[in-house]
Design a protein around this ligand. Sequence first.
Ligand SMILES: NC(=O)C1=CN([C@@H]2O[C@H](COP(=O)(O)OP(=O)(O)OC[C@H]3O[C@@H](n4cnc5c(N)ncnc54)[C@H](O)[C@@H]3O)[C@@H](O)[C@H]2O)[C@@H](O)CC1
Ligand SMILES: [K+]
Length: 484
Amino acid sequence: MNSEWILSTQGPKTFARLPILGTTASRTLEENAIQNHPPGYLMQRAGLALAKLSLAVAPHAHVFWIACGRGNNGGDGLEAAIHLHQWGKEIHVSMPAADKPLPTDAGLAFARARQAGVAIHDHAPDHWDICIDALLGIGLTHAPTGTYADWIGLINSRSCDVISADIPSGLMADTGDAPGACVNATHTLSMLRLKPGLLTLHGRDVCGNLWLNTLGLESTAEPTAWLNPMPAAYHRPHLSHKGSFGDVAVAGGTRGMQGAAVLAARAALQSGAGRVYLALLPSANGEASVKVPADLMQRHTDALQPQQLTLVAGCGGGEEIAHPLPRWLLESKHLVLDADALNAIAASADLQTLLQGRDVDTTVITPHPLEAARLLGCSVGEVQADRLRTAQLLAKQFKCTVILKGSGSIIAAPDRLPHINPSGNGKLAIAGTGDVLAGMTGAALARHASAWKAACAACYHHGALADQWVKRTSLTASGLLESI
Ligand SMILES: NC(=O)C1=CN([C@@H]2O[C@H](COP(=O)(O)OP(=O)(O)OC[C@H]3O[C@@H](n4cnc5c(N)ncnc54)[C@H](O)[C@@H]3O)[C@@H](O)[C@H]2O)[C@@H](O)CC1
Ligand SMILES: [K+]
């Protein structure tokens, strides 16, 4: 963390392992720093960073609307206004009128702005070229109402650039939930550290391009989560053979659902597994209704030797997958459980006990929010309300590594800090991409022999493939795996 400007999430990027702090941890970091610096020091750095970013984003903008709330987020906006004013820009600073005094740092920024000749209005301008959104930061506690909601609506109504200070106003910093009106930023400058809400649920959609400025603060405090980093490239030694990279078997594909299993198996193959077996469920009568590449070896499910391989179970498995699952849960060396395998486990206490009895770092489950809800016996709304917590709960309850899919996939495992995956985009929201992830995870597990490492690596690569998809045609699951 030696650079102050270290993140940009737009387009294909390489991400490092960065700490992510929830609001409680952010406030602790901020309070410790405030004690060691002169009053207003951090806020002044935040304001300067904000002013510099807005100038870099829109160098020819003339009128800057700086919408400030009555908390310290508004203080960041006031400090930015001082610089933009001094740099000769036309600025219009707005702040809702209220009787309540400003908090200490924002109060100091308010006085400094006044002293610098900045006028502070209680109304929005008629026209602006760029907006700095400093209405609400990590202090948001409920859906914005009144002037806050009105100004958020106004900001979103124009097609100008919007730079959000710390977090788009209206977004919850811990969860990415937006309980009401929320600024739709083109850029967000996160101060001190990243927050979970910027990276999951609504976060990625409302942040625009995400930047981080640490304000020069180092910290050894334990984060809430880590940004899932790009894994190191794996080396295939010259002196290797097909057994060196592990065997993967994909079991699933009940009658009419074989495409899912074939996609997962092809993805495992493309991801470098030494040997890949396709084991269609008995109702398929060993006959695939879709074309099976010659590189895949077909096996009867009973003929698999799960003790010696990485089994990817679930893809298109229907209810039929429940029958072989007890044996696979007991015997598989490594296991990736997806889709119908998860639904079967959700419906059976016995299967849950078998899953819980496995060695912790041998199993990855890859639920989407509905599958997660079934596993936890709750609603999708409850799953999404706090995705970090949900993923950690699943990991703890089922004693395995979890990839909770969705916008900002979460990777969690017992006794580890979770990762939030930064790669990927909305193109992945199509049928079959989950099967591809399961196959990629299987290949990574066969190679790494660690469920945690496999999940982190596969999740990152899967998202990165979608980020690198530059063809004009829509992304397809086959296209995704062929681009591995
Ligand atoms: N104090 C400092 O030195 C620093 C503060 N920073 C900034 O300070 C922010 C946090 O400041 P605050 O803790 O004052 O919080 P905010 O500025 O986010 O919120 C301020 C107030 O708004 C109220 N509020 C909550 N929800 C509301 C709603 N829906 N409508 C209207 N009002 C609502 C809260 O009661 C809170 O008192 C960070 O996000 C960051 O931008 C950073 O610049 C780092 C340095
Ligand atoms: K803001």
